[in-house]
Ligand binder design. Structure first.
Ligand code: FES
Length: 172
C-alpha cells in the first residue's frame, strides 16, 4: 500500500487580497514545485504590477526556495520589477544590436523628455523608463517596448511622438 505524501507546511496568504489566491493557484497548479518560481513571479507581477519583499518572501517560502534565489530571479529578468511602475512603460533595449543602431541616444532622449533616469518613474506615476539586454528582435533594432507592445526600427521622431502623447495628452 502506498503511503500518501505528507502535506508540506505552507505559509498563510499575506492578506485577504484575492490576488494572493491567484498567485497561490499558480503554485498549486504546479504542485508547489521549485521550478514554478519564474511562472509564479510572473503571476505576482501581473496581479500586483511589481514584486515587493512580502511577495518574494511568500513565494520563496511556499516553493521552499531560498529568498536569495527568488531575489536573484526577480533582479535578473528585465520583465520583473521590484518597484511599482507608472501608468505607461517605455522599455529601451540596450543589447548590442540595438546599441549599434542608436538605442543609447533614444534612451537619453527619453530621459530628457521625461526628466528621469532609466529605472525610474516620473513623480506623477505616469511613465516608467526601463532598459533591457536584447529582447530577441535584433533584426528590427533599435527596439522599444511601449506599454508592452514591441516596436522595431524606432527613430528619434517616433520616440518623441510616443512620449509626447503620454506626457502631454494623458487624461488622468
Ligand atoms: S539587441 Fe535589442 S533586440 Fe536584440
Amino acid at each position: 500500500m502506498r503511503s500518501s505524501p505528507v502535506p508540506a507546511q505552507r505559509p498563510p496568504l499575506p492578506s485577504d487580497d484575492k490576488r494572493w489566491r491567484i498567485v497561490n493557484g499558480t503554485m498549486r497548479r504546479h504542485g508547489y514545485a521549485r521550478d514554478a518560481l519564474i511562472e509564479t513571479l510572473h503571476t505576482v507581477q501581473q496581479s500586483f504590477g511589481y514584486l515587493d519583499k512580502d511577495s518574494l518572501r511568500f513565494v520563496a517560502t511556499s516553493l521552499r526556495v531560498p529568498l536569495s534565489q527568488a531575489y536573484g530571479v526577480a533582479t535578473f529578468y528585465h520583465f520583473f520589477t521590484l518597484k511599482p511602475l507608472g501608468k505607461h512603460t517605455c522599455l529601451v533595449c540596450l543589447g548590442t544590436a540595438c546599441y549599434i543602431k542608436g538605442a543609447e541616444q533614444l534612451e537619453a532622449q527619453a530621459e530628457e523628455r521625461l526628466g528621469i533616469h532609466a529605472g525610474e518613474t516620473t513623480p506623477d506615476a505616469n511613465v516608467s523608463l526601463l532598459t533591457a539586454r536584447c529582447l530577441g528582435s535584433c533584426s528590427v533594432a533599435p527596439v522599444i517596448v511601449f506599454d508592452g507592445d514591441l516596436a522595431g526600427n524606432i527613430n528619434a521622431e517616433q520616440m518623441q511622438e510616443r512620449l509626447d502623447q503620454w506626457v502631454d495628452h494623458d487624461v488622468r
